[in-house]
Design a protein around this ligand. Structure first.
Ligand SMILES: [Fe+2]
Length: 293
């Protein structure tokens, strides 16, 4: 098998070698990548000088793409990339770095909080594939936390407590934590909360994981402060350093993670330096919970 995985850091991240993502992959390679994702949850591919088309082709070879429509504060005429990409750069449509006060930048700072991509969508994302086109001179790591290990190490009482709980997710909740609250009425309607189960079971391995995200701002049937305190305790437990892998980016890296089994966050970097990261996303298969009527 040409795809080789080598474990790095904690046991849920691995490097993949012997694969060139700029060219179409064989069925065996694709199966090996899915198998690697099932067992590890974070895969790192170094030295992949992908174009947008090549990144899209590789993503599509793994499954259906999730489009990024209406998920940021960019107006339709401010998109730098097509909606097949989530633009997680700090660049405007003219490739200029956002000014420090730009509300699109301030909204994007929500990515510094631990989250799972698209947990604010009724059908949340499966995998995210993030490719580094340009990186700042320092900082800007992405950290990952293993939500299976987090679940496995819950004390028995908490493990019983989380079973069957449903949380409410919205980008309004995550931004609220940073004091970003100046949403328009249109944005508030667009970011209306969705429901997600708090425990997920992996469809292939059967392993359970905590489904947490900074977007979670409530638990159905619970008073809000109690829910937020409980969620905060779970995040604190889940992101202990022994459950975390910190990825230090090199240009040309592609890192792929399973949003069903991990959380991640971006780390700070100089605000005046470009960081061009392009994310493609694999769509999830179904809602995790029944939505509110
Ligand atoms: Fe993210």
């Amino acid at each position: 098998m040409p795809v080789v995985t080598r474990q790095i850091g904690p046991c849920f991240a691995a490097e993949v070698e012997g694969v060139d993502l700029t060219t179409p992959l064989s069925r065996q390679d694709i199966a090996a990548i899915h198998a690697g994702m099932d067992s590890y949850a974070v895969l790192v591919f170094h030295d992949q000088p992908l174009t947008d088309d090549q990144q899209l082709a590789f993503t599509r070879s793994l499954g259906d793409i999730e489009h990024a429509i209406g998920t940021s504060l960019r107006a339709p005429d401010e998109y730098r990339l097509p909606t097949t990409f989530a633009d997680v750069s700090n660049l405007d449509q003219h490739n200029r770095v956002f000014t420090r006060e730009d509300r699109r930048r301030l909204f994007g700072l929500g990515n510094r909080l631990w989250h799972s991509d698209s947990s604010f969508k009724v059908i949340p994302a499966k995998y995210s594939l993030l490719h580094a086109r340009s990186i700042p001179s320092r900082g800007g790591n992405t950290e990952f936390a293993d939500m299976r290990a987090a679940y496995d190490t819950l004390d028995p009482e908490t493990r019983a407590q989380v079973e069957g709980l449903v949380s409410e997710h919205s980008q309004i909740f995550s931004r609220q934590q940073l004091g970003f609250t100046d949403f328009t009425d249109e944005e508030r309607a667009r970011f209306a909360p969705v429901r997600q189960t708090l425990v997920r079971t992996h469809p292939v391995t059967g392993r359970k994981s905590l489904y947490l995200s900074s977007h979670a701002g409530g638990i159905v049937g619970w008073p809000v402060p109690e829910a937020r305190a409980f969620l905060r305790d779970l995040v604190e437990h889940a992101t202990q350093r022994q459950f975390v892998y910190a990825h230090r980016w090199r240009v040309g890296d592609l890192v792929m993670w399973d949003n069903r089994q991990t959380m991640h966050r971006a780390r700070p970097f100089p605000a005046d330096e470009p960081r061009d990261m392009r994310r493609t996303t694999l769509a999830g298969e179904s809602p995790t919970a029944v939505q509110a009527a």
